[in-house]
Ligand binder design. Structure first.
Ligand SMILES: *Cc1c(COP(=O)(O)O)cnc(C)c1O
Length: 424
């Protein structure tokens, strides 16, 4: 069930009309539903019940401390891609021992930080990274737990910018080189091989590529076992898609059930039924539909060939349309009974790429509020200050109560770290 719905002609977040959020906090504002977040997260934990499994929320999708704290309290681990993200987890009271560190470019400083906090595992993406991690861990007198992010070379059938599992991708270790790379990892004194990992892409609508990737990982685990290299956890990554328009993604429960069935069958046949820990790294499917971007219409421009609704949110607030030509639903917060016209919804930023939605039939007037739907993932975390625009406020709704979880940035915040040349 969606937690953003029309009640008496007004769009609400849970039991709170978005009009009252705009009145209290202004616009543009990201609005999240706590119930939606927990519902999405519990779809994973329910499907994992009774199993040795850990859901590591991929926090780059939405890393607000309130979101992290809520999920941490419900048992989430976290998938990180920077040292900064680890510091966020700690600030939110999350457990570093439930954290995975992903990413192709981990610096030595980031490795030290993660080793100090004894994270669960480094998902290593290259031979050079193995050597660096071995050295850093050795200098600290520690042993680093590692998985290799293997590139299973399956086509995730998604947007090229968010497809990561093909041979030509910058991510992961090539499938054909995985065994040799594991041997290297196993031979380095300050590393312990603990797992195997993949993440083949994002906004996947079908489970087939994910199950294909699973089969490839299983093959490798068996090959490694034959060489005496034991794999204790299998991390299948994230990537499950959500509905932006009319997509019908596979349900979390159904995907996990198929995945576990395959794993159980394999373990029974090859490993006498011995279980293996299973990790997930979902991002978008936890937060995407749990948030909207609330914006107000400044002007309507009726051009010769096009109509524009100029709103107070822009590409710096929600980058996905400009970056991936992503489609987001646009819903007037208060429905008007008048006839619709076709509009491009655009922001004030000085770029032609600054659009949020194109060719939408809307009955709107200046001053009206619009909700840009399904904006909870890769929205605020990708926001920038381009055009010296302060980033939007963030509000989390719990029932009928709005909680400000991030203040709107002031322009003065934006140049506080800058300084003129001396003597000028
Ligand atoms: C971004 C990312 C995820 C999350 O992907 P979603 O499509 O948001 O579920 C998981 N793992 C890694 C390594 C990632 O980079």
């Amino acid at each position: 069930m969606s937690h953003f719905y029309l009640q008496d002609g007004v769009l609400c977040a849970e039991q709170l009309p978005l009009t009252s959020i705009a009145a209290q906090f202004g616009t543009p504002t990201y609005v999240y539903s706590k119930a939606a977040l927990l519902e999405n997260f519990s779809a994973y934990t329910r499907a994992c019940a009774g199993r040795d499994a850990l859901v590591c929320y991929a926090m780059k999708a939405n890393s607000n401390l309130a979101v992290l704290k809520l999920l941490a309290q419900h048992g989430a681990g976290f998938d990180l891609v920077s040292g900064g993200e680890l510091l966020r987890v700690i600030a939110a009271g999350g457990d570093p021992k439930k954290c995975l560190f992903s990413g192709v470019g981990k610096s030595a400083d980031e490795m030290r930080l993660a080793l100090q906090h004894e994270i669960l595992c480094f998902n290593v993406e290259s031979v050079q990274e193995l050597h660096r991690l071995n050295q850093v861990a050795g200098e600290m007198g520690r042993t680093a737990p590692v998985s290799l992010r293997v590139n299973p070379n399956v086509d995730a059938k998604t947007h090229p910018y968010i497809s990561t599992g093909l041979k030509e991708s910058k991510f992961g270790v090539a499938y054909d080189e995985a065994l040799a790379t594991y041997r290297t990892a196993d031979s380095l004194p300050h590393l312990t091989v603990v797992g195997i990992d993949c993440h083949i892409g994002s906004q996947l609508l079908e489970e087939t590529p994910l199950l294909e990737a699973l089969d490839k990982l299983i093959e490798l685990i068996d090959a490694l076992a034959a060489e005496g290299i034991a794999i204790h956890h299998l991390d299948i990554g994230g990537g499950l898609g959500i509905t932006y328009d009319d997509e019908q993604p596979v349900a979390v429960g159904s995907y996990l059930a198929q995945l576990f069935a395959r794993i159980d069958q394999w373990r029974a046949a090859k490993h006498g039924g011995a279980p293996i820990k299973v990790l997930f790294e979902p991002g978008r499917s936890i937060v995407g539909n749990a948030g909207i971007l609330l914006t107000r219409i400044e002007y309507l421009k009726h051009g010769e060939t096009k109509n524009f609704a100029v709103v107070d949110a822009a590409m710096n607030d929600l980058m996905r349309p400009a970056m991936y030509e992503a489609w987001h639903g646009v819903q007037p917060v208060v429905a008007r009974p008048t006839a619709t016209q076709t509009y491009d919804v655009v922001g004030p930023v000085c770029e032609s790429g600054d659009w949020l939605a194109r060719q939408r039939d809307l009955a709107i007037e200046p001053g009206d509020l619009l909700a840009i739907m399904s904006a909870g993932a890769y929205g605020m975390t990708m926001a920038s200050n381009y055009n010296t625009r302060g980033r939007a406020a963030e509000v989390m709704v719990d029932g009928a109560l709005p909680h400000l979880i991030r203040k709107r940035e002031n322009p003065a915040d934006l140049f506080a770290l800058e300084s003129p040349l001396p003597g000028l």
